[in-house]
Design a protein around this ligand. Structure first.
Ligand SMILES: NC(=O)c1ccc[n+]([C@@H]2O[C@H](COP(=O)([O-])OP(=O)(O)OC[C@H]3O[C@@H](n4cnc5c(N)ncnc54)[C@H](O)[C@@H]3O)[C@@H](O)[C@H]2O)c1
Length: 424
């Protein structure tokens, strides 16, 4: 099948190479010249383990091409996946401008029957809107169907997630579109849920909101554990082994970030409000998450005689989680902003994110002369550091582990003062 992917970002590019793996021919379309040029040359312009290898493989095999030619791309493909961004709008709702632009282009240029698939995360009712936007730009009456097919991949493990999804949701009432989608996904080994578009759209928001809720639950619980001198990691383990709860998303830390959870939880809150049933539980999930970096800063201050001014703080990790270069809504950046307000001297490091020239290149350079080290991102590299040999570089042996990734007893044995989240 000939597939067009509109929007070659984290989701679009990964989806494109995955469909090539499944034997389809793919065209990637983006408005951004530099992205298209990089991808055409087999270069992944963002960090996502494993994707570049498949990209190169399928470019060489001529299974995937990249273009900026919207008209040609739409006319030459049967199935069109919309994978553009749906950022948080000023009102907290999802901003559908990019989706609308794509839908209108499809209406303008389509020449034969098309299946248009929304993979971007969009609010309940968007499939209907997309249908209207396409129809409004059509000169004649060429038939088409719109399908909701949300994406559940996680940055950092996008390839594995997209190759082996837990389930595939196909939201449409059109039998023709359903059979096209099932053919497209025939080589995937997971349950396929066929449902209405609005159910499919809600499933995506409910899934992300539930996971965010688990994170905020354990983060808030960690504050009580701190007070009671209970290691929250032990509590996570104890409850996570219960199959009804599950161990994932129960590691206390500095809060969730990234391009999905923050905006998606807010968008669902707005949908609920507009429909007269506020989701108060999610409103508190957001509140806890917003407070979490501040809660951690207060704890750090207590160790530093209540004062951050002129203290040299080494920040390890800038991305919102390990194995990605995505810094959107990163808790690390929120923490840095707060440290800057308190007039701390900040030195920062990340294995892949490069924000500006003043950033340190090595961990050693970052922590040299530091009054304290704060681990903000759970990069495996930080876990593997030889802390014993790093200790003499620091002004004071003080470590704050915002990801609870180091062993507190081990660190204390090495002579560090160690503070995690929900540790003591
Ligand atoms: N990133 C994730 O982990 C993830 C996971 C699941 C779902 N999603 C959802 O998938 C969607 C895409 O997310 P992303 O992280 O890949 O976004 P992204 O910002 O990385 O990529 C979006 C791309 O769309 C392009 N674009 C915008 N308008 C366009 C147009 N009119 N024509 C062609 N290209 C256009 C942009 O240039 C950009 O390259 C969002 O709705 C997001 O919520 C993201």
């Amino acid at each position: 099948m000939n597939i067009l992917i509109v929007g070659t970002g984290y989701v679009g590019t990964t989806t494109g190479v995955i469909f090539c793996e499944m034997g389809h021919r793919v065209t990637g379309l983006d408005l951004d010249d530099s992205k298209i040029q990089a991808l055409q040359n087999g270069k992944l312009y963002f960090y996502e383990p494993g994707v570049e290898v498949l990209l190169t493989k399928h470019i060489q095999a001529q299974n995937i091409i990249f273009t900026k030619n919207t008209e040609k791309a739409i006319q030459e493909n049967d199935v069109i996946f919309i994978c553009v961004g749906t950022p948080k709008g000023t009102d907290g709702k999802a901003d559908l401008t990019f989706v609308r632009n794509v839908a209108e282009s499809i209406g303008q240029y389509m020449n034969t029957y098309k299946v248009i698939v929304t993979k971007s995360t969009v609010p309940v009712g968007t499939a209907e809107l997309v249908t209207g936007w396409i129809a409004s730009k059509q000169a004649g009456q060429i038939p088409f169907d719109v399908v909701s097919n949300p994406e559940f991949l996680r940055e950092g493990s996008a390839l594995q997630d997209a190759l082996h999804p837990d389930r595939i949701i196909i939201g449409t009432e059109s039998e023709t579109a359903k059979s096209v989608m099932k053919e497209l996904y025939q080589n995937f080994r997971c349950p396929i849920i066929e449902t209405k578009a609005k159910v499919s759209e809600m499933i995506k928001y409910a899934a992300n909101s539930f996971l965010a809720m688990k994170i905020s639950f354990i983060n808030e619980l960690a504050r009580v554990c701190d007070q009671l001198e209970i290691n929250v990691n032990d509590v996570s383990k104890g409850i996570g082994l219960d199959h009804r709860i599950g161990p994932q998303f129960l590691r206390a830390g500095m809060g969730y970030g990234g391009s999905c959870f923050p905006k998606d939880v807010n968008a669902l809150i707005q949908t609920a409000k507009e429909n007269g049933h506020p989701l108060t539980i999610l409103e508190n999930v957001v509140k806890v998450n917003d407070e979490q970096p501040l809660f951690f800063i207060e704890k750090i201050k207590r160790y530093l005689d209540g004062e951050l001014k002129n203290k040299t703080i080494a920040v390890l990790g800038l991305s919102f989680k390990a194995d990605t270069d995505d810094t959107r809504e990163s808790p690390s950046l929120k923490l840095i902003e707060k440290l800057a307000k308190e007039k701390a001297v900040i030195k920062a490091h990340d294995p892949v994110v490069k924000l500006d020239a003043s950033q340190c290149r090595t961990v050693e350079e970052t922590i040299a002369g530091a009054d304290a080290v704060i681990i903000c991102t759970d990069w495996e590299q930080y876990k593997q550091l030889d802390w014993k040999s790093l200790k003499p570089l620091m002004k004071a042996p003080l470590i704050f582990d915002g990801r609870n990734m180091l062993d507190p007893d081990e660190m204390k044995k090495l002579g560090f003062k160690y503070g995690g989240i929900g540790h003591f």
